[in-house]
Design a protein around this ligand. Structure first.
Ligand code: SF4
Length: 358
């Protein structure tokens, strides 16, 4: 009885891993470097495109390996044309989302690190899915490679702020970040990648000790443990004081600022007393604060009125640290912070695009 062997997925492999793979096929190790350049630098989707490999090797690769599959299911463009939400299907049928944001000179891609998320933040659509599985490094990088082809643009910045808690998929996420910054690959600057965490302190410490240059953002969202316990259940394990201590240690070792994200929720964390407490909490940490008016996911939370948002922002103006008010892009296509949720049929007020990938 013949068994079909699963093909090896090449996207996600490092240069050394590809060299080892080529040697195992009876090829010279330098073929691994050539494969690396095709996969990550030239974003090749098919072995037949890899024209500096012999025909025999290309045929052999087709027999035993796959580049890595990410199928575009839906592309939505916001009314202002400043954000595009891309829905992808993975080989096992799960779906994930990435969001491309267009600014003057920047193209920022928000990528997912997990299918669903185990953290269960109460204001977040992805949290309602629970964790279905981790993404591999290849699946994380492939969001970047495919988004660049679909949107016909070069991404300048990546934020790991899509579906999932990146620090909960630490090894694959870090591996993906290094692949995205490789000079022979997408070649992003390390400081152009932001890893956003809900506050998994042991992983923040590990990240600090390992000395990576990628930037760190922490989703804070409350100024008291009482409120944060309710919004983000992981706060019961990793309370605010410990989280801020970990953030301070990171800034000291990395010699770069941390960003605190603060989603404004009406009558939950948007009072002027909250603003005063927030200023005090972050005063001794080299950081900046991003205030993000909530994007409606369900009826349990509401976005504060513009007056309340402005009042909070004004109250923060004498903070020692820089504070910005960030209106999310793409909220009309559910592409804004906390809105990612893989239901292709979910709200679709934006413009649908045909699924041309290349
Ligand atoms: S906000 Fe982030 S960490 Fe929290 S549930 Fe949503 S995806 Fe997970």
């Amino acid at each position: 009885m013949a068994f079909l062997m699963a093909k090896t997925q090449l996207l996600g492999m490092t240069r050394d891993e590809l060299a080892t793979f080529c040697v195992a096929l009876g090829e010279k190790a330098f073929r691994g470097k050539q494969l690396f350049q095709w996969l990550y630098g030239r974003s090749a989707e098919h072995f037949e495109d890899m024209t500096n490999l012999s025909l025999a090797l290309r045929t052999r690769l087709s027999d035993v390996a796959e580049v890595g599959e990410l199928t575009l299911v839906q592309r939505q463009i916001s009314r202002k044309q400043d954000a595009e939400k891309l829905l992808f299907r993975l080989p096992d049928g799960f779906q994930i989302e990435s969001v491309m944001m267009h600014e003057a000179t920047r193209r920022t891609l928000c990528v997912s690190s997990q299918v669903g998320c185990p953290i269960d933040c109460k204001f977040c659509a992805t949290g309602k899915m629970g964790l279905l599985r981790n993404l591999s490094a290849g699946e994380i990088v492939n969001q970047l490679l495919t988004a660049q082809r679909v949107c016909r643009t070069n991404v300048t910045n990546v934020v790991l702020m899509g579906m999932g808690e990146p620090m909960n998929n630490y090894d694959e996420m870090i591996k993906a970040c290094y692949l995205m910054t490789d000079e022979e690959g997408p070649n992003l600057g390390q400081r152009h990648i932001v890893i956003s965490t809900s506050g998994l302190i042991p992983k923040i410490r590990q990240f600090t000790e390992e000395g990576h240059k990628f930037r760190l953002a922490i989703s804070l969202n409350a100024t008291t443990d009482e409120v944060r316990d309710k919004l983000m259940p992981l706060n019961r394990k990793y309370p605010i004081a410990d989280l801020l201590a970990a953030a301070r240690a990171y800034t000291a070792k990395a010699r770069q600022r941390v960003t605190f994200e603060y989603v404004l929720l009406e009558d939950v964390n948007d009072s002027l007393q909250d603003a005063d407490r927030l200023k005090k909490l972050v005063a001794k940490i080299p950081c900046k604060v991003n205030l993000i008016p909530y994007n409606a996911v369900d009826e349990h939370f509401r976005r504060p009125s513009v007056d309340r948002i402005q009042a909070f922002y004004q109250r923060m103006q004498d903070a020692i640290v820089p504070v910005t008010l960030r209106w999310s892009k793409g909220d009309d296509i559910d592409a804004a912070c906390g809105q990612l949720w893989t239901k292709a049929e979910h709200a679709s007020s934006g413009q649908m695009m045909p699924l041309a990938v290349s």
